[in-house]
Design a protein around this ligand. Sequence first.
Ligand code: 13P
Length: 244
Amino acid sequence: MRKKLVVGNWKMNGGLATNAKLLHALAGGWDARAGRALAVCVPFPYLGQAQAALMGTTIRWGAQNASEHAAGAYTGEVAASMLAEFGCHYAIVGHSERRQRYRESDAEVAAKASAVLAAGLTPIACVGETLAEREAGATEAVVLRQLDAVLLALSGAAKGMVVAYEPVWAIGTGKTARPEEAQAVHATLRARLEASGAGDVPLLYGGSVKGDNAAALFAQKDIDGALVGGASLQANEFLAIAGA
Ligand code: 13P
């Protein structure tokens, strides 16, 4: 069985004092165990803080975005090589909040995934349909279109990524996809990954994952862990998910 991976996405939350408490609680409360891995993706300014707090633990850290460019005149952007300097293991790319609010296209997300891999980090590429797309019966078409763009850009290197299925209607809404519903989409994604020679890529589910629904999700054949938003800001809840 694939290892279960639980990644926290703090989004634009935190502050030096609250982060210190949260990171301390995670470092002290996480029992490393076989078959489980834990990570947090924090806002850029806090990468050094996460690095200092988690270095020497089994908890990994990462960022929530990265530029598709290596360096240059891109005001406000952060290169993947800079993330590498802060010991990042992961960078999320293509989160639906970035696709929707910052108009990131499939091609940009794919280029970001490439840049992250080239810097030696693992991209966590997010895919997911909106409620309107689900209701129109377009879920499979949307997630495969999003995944295909990344697979095309990475080609043989796709084995080095993580994919997160995050139905947009389940993010921050308290509405989790039912485990079978999520599994159905994961099976579709898995088949496409297998066809591309990347069948063992970890497939995370994200969208209102909590301590009390994680176990049922993790029991599904193709759900290899979770990408957790709100619940990753509370140490107890996040550790409960990681241990589920
Ligand atoms: P919530 O867990 O707050 O629904 O957020 C999910 C998410 O977007 C993780 O990337």
